[in-house]
Design a protein around this ligand. Sequence first.
Ligand code: HEC
Ligand code: HEC
Length: 221
Amino acid sequence: MMKRLGSPPRNLSGQFATRAVAICAMFVAMFEMGAAAAQPGNADNGRAKAATCAACHGADGNSVTPQWPSLAGQSEAYVARQLQAYRDKQRPDVGMQQFAATLSDQDTRDIGAFYATQRLQPKGADPQFTALGERIYRGGVPERGIAACIACHGPGGHGNPMAAYPRINSQHSAYLQKTLQEYAAGNRQSDSDKNQMMRNVAELLLEDEIQALASYIQGLQ
Ligand code: HEC
Ligand code: HEC
């Protein structure tokens, strides 16, 4: 319901009471978050917790199936964030939503710490597409307002662990394409804590540009 402009507040003390309750609730929520706040991830614990994930992501985080992303060398913060996003239904994969459903925040960080210690195996690019992919990756498409990927993911695609910008180099192009399409369609919302920055970029990309980028990025080392 719209509040009429200029109308005096109906019940001042009532408003203050409501606000006071809201502020108390906020402190309680902050306290609870603090109490449950995850400690930095423990890679040894993470290795054990990731045992069931090896079937798809590889024992060392290098997956051999193009639809299953490699996780080796990915940052703790990014992996933890994605597992929480599946768990909280901000990413739409039914299988991953199930695998993440019972993970605590601490579990997600331990698992992230484990994959961060693993070594990513390089993959080759499909040379057919790399020229267009490289051009957009390095320079964006200024006339259509598309930012250069290099600005956030770095020249080698290694990302920025502190900012939870993911490593994307040597990732399967099939997975990269699918996930860029999901950002573009607005279905992948794991960037909601980052001003939707990937959705904003991906929705401007054309299909052949996504294909070219995915191929180029797979070949980055
Ligand atoms: C049956 C195969 C399978 C199993 C088992 C599995 N995953 Fe996945 N995982 C996938 C697929 C497929 C995707 C990509 C889904 C998508 O497109 O969002 C994925 C995506 C992910 C991602 C996101 C990667 C990225 O680059 O954003 C993480 C993190 C992840 N899985 C961790 C785990 C962990 C931890 C477990 C075990 C608790 C696990 N997975 C078990 C198949 C699997
Ligand atoms: C302003 C910074 C920024 C720019 C520019 C940017 N990205 Fe990203 N990218 C991010 C962030 C942050 C994430 C993680 C968001 C999330 O948690 O879902 C991400 C995620 C991704 C992912 C998902 C990785 C995975 O493992 O699932 C891909 C692929 C990707 N970006 C490719 C690109 C491409 C291609 C471009 C250029 C067209 C680009 N990005 C431009 C910041 C950026």
